[in-house]
Design a protein around this ligand. Sequence first.
Ligand code: HDL
Ligand code: ZN
Length: 416
Amino acid sequence: MIKDKQALRDTVFQEVENVGITDIHTHIYPGHFGNLLLWGVDELLTYHYLIAEFFRYSSMSYAEFFALPKQAQADLIWKTLFVEHSPVSEAQRGVLTVLSKLGLDVAARDLDAYRDYFAKMSIEEYIDKVFDTAGVKTVVMTNDPFDPAEKPFWDTVGNNDRRFRAALRIDPLLNDYPNSYRKLQDWGYDVSQDLNDRSIAEIKRFLTDWIKKMDALYLAVSLPPSYTVPDDSLRSRIVEQCIIPVCREQNVPFAMMIGVKKLVNYSLGLAGDSVGKADIKTIEYLCRTYPDNKFMVTLLSKENQHELAITARKFRNLMIFGCWWFLNNPSIIDEITRLRMETLGLSFIPQHSDARVLDQLIYKWSHSRKIIAEILVDKYSDIMDAGWYVSEDEIKRDVADLFGENFWRFIGRKNG
Ligand code: HDL
Ligand code: ZN
């Protein structure tokens, strides 16, 4: 048993540093998915978080900026957000952490030298390097059959790189059925715009086919703050009559990511989305009404976090996860993780990276590991003060739970 506080701290930081992470929500892909996988310093610099931050200083027209080649966009962002102003935002700092962890000379501020480093790298070599540097063992992707750039890969080569596991993402089905049903028709599903019994059955067949095709670990959707179930919307009916039964039959969780106000500034594209408070009553209703279904939930609004943690206390079929998107900042990760650990113990998934650029695994996990380790030290220290001593093995167990095993256990699959 560990009875010394410095030894406790050293052990916690060592176990958090060494754990092989399962990153349960990302937007990255295996190397054979071609240009879908973004990587390298120019992709890092043109991350939509940094584009939004760039325009806070720039009077350039949106159209003029987005018409520029990627490297020219990156040059502008580097000049504006790094050289002309100190890069202290989380997304700005993240670029520096990646370069530093790769062993590049950040102090030199030499963007062309960084570009040379990536130019010499092959994608397969770099995927290995990033996973190793980030300490990530497995990532879960965001796989959208409605994306014309992605669907061909699943209809041909598929994915056999076990480091990259699939999540079936169905935003168009749920949020835009009046348009997406035509794609289902093109793919041979006998659906119609009015959600008749035949359409319900065929949507269920579509979901089942793709969960199997992808070996999807869960079914995911991002939803607006107004999302409610039950109501008389098409979305609510598809959730209750299609998604809930298929997820139960296939024994996969339904992951709801709620609170996205799409394109409040449509000129910013991906950077144009904002945040709104979700209605926790919908999560209470679904967890209560469907006790044999499993739900994963992350909410985008900081204001939702306390009630989400309390709701997880009420429903064992609810697994809350991550500090998503606008919450993925050190001060908020610290606040939310302490709230969750004080409310739920270790029965939650503290973080996912949401990495859109492969290299981001390095900074997103480096930053979050540090925060979560500090919180664990505090919590173990509190119980140590009451005479409860933990062993190295118990710390290893708890850390493994937070950084992967809670997820694998919840979905009923073996890690890896
Ligand atoms: O819907 C989502 O999965 C979000 O994470 C969006 O992709 C968002 O643009 C994002 O990248 N957030 O980090
Ligand atoms: Zn995401």
